[in-house]
Design a protein around this ligand. Structure first.
Ligand code: E4P
Length: 219
């Protein structure tokens, strides 16, 4: 399973990229807004900076709700960087936009997916990846990870090549379970990336090795 960073924070992306474990980045209007990005020009500048840091797909979301607006935005976004994935929501207009943009060779990250049926429709419209939102399903009392399992199973059953990109990941267990469920990619906040590294036995282990070595060396 590949790991993408789910952030528009340049410093977090630099720090994550240095670890050599990040294969892409996902952004959305909320994440951009949290970094003070509020217009297309600053979003474009930030996305270009991200693309210079990470060698992999960078997901950039459209703002329009109508198909024509999404298509225009998707074409524009796809000209910004070498490896864009245009994020299009799982709506009626969204499927129309996915169909048009994918037929032009534009890579699509179908976002805000909350059902197997939306994932099936997206795969037929031409989505490169579908993003089921695990955390937001958990928030309303459902088991978000079950959606990942179900989409992976249906795609496998029908030899569908659309990637399953586990999104709205809130903690490390989500990431582990998404990997078990067969997600191709998990996009995770920087905080979750740092939490994935931590283990108390690793921390005490390195301290003990250092102390034993220094004892031997007579320090
Ligand atoms: C990523 O592509 C999604 O936009 C993101 O994971 C949503 O996460 P949230 O539900 O925590 O806002």
């Amino acid at each position: 399973m590949k790991i993408f960073l789910d952030t528009a924070n340049i410093q977090e992306i630099r720090d994550g990229a240095r670890l050599g474990v990040i294969s892409g980045v996902t952004t959305n209007p909320s994440l951009a807004s949290a970094e003070g990005i509020g217009n297309p020009e600053s979003y474009k500048a930030a996305v270009r900076e991200i693309a210079d840091i990470v060698d992999g797909p960078i997901s950039v979301e459209v703002i329009s709700l109508d198909a024509k607006g999404m298509i225009d935005e998707g074409r524009e976004i796809s000209s910004w960087i070498d490896n864009p994935w245009v994020k299009i929501p799982s709506t009626k207009d969204g499927f129309e936009a996915i169909s048009v943009l994918s037929s032009e060779g534009i890579q699509i990250n179908q976002t805000l997916c909350f059902s197997v049926n939306q994932a099936i429709l997206g795969s037929q419209a031409g989505s490169t990846a579908v993003s089921p939102f695990i955390g937001r399903l958990d928030d309303i009392g459902l088991e978000g990870i079950d959606l990942i399992k179900d989409i992976v199973a249906v795609y496998k059953e029908h030899n569908i090549e659309t990637k399953v990109l586990a999104a709205s990941i809130r903690h490390t267990l989500h990431c582990t379970l998404a990997a078990h469920a067969g997600a191709h990619i998990s996009t995770i906040p920087y905080k979750v990336l740092t939490q994935m590294i931590e283990h108390p036995l690793t921390a005490t282990g390195v301290e003990r090795f250092k102390a034993d070595w220094e004892k031997m060396a007579g320090k």
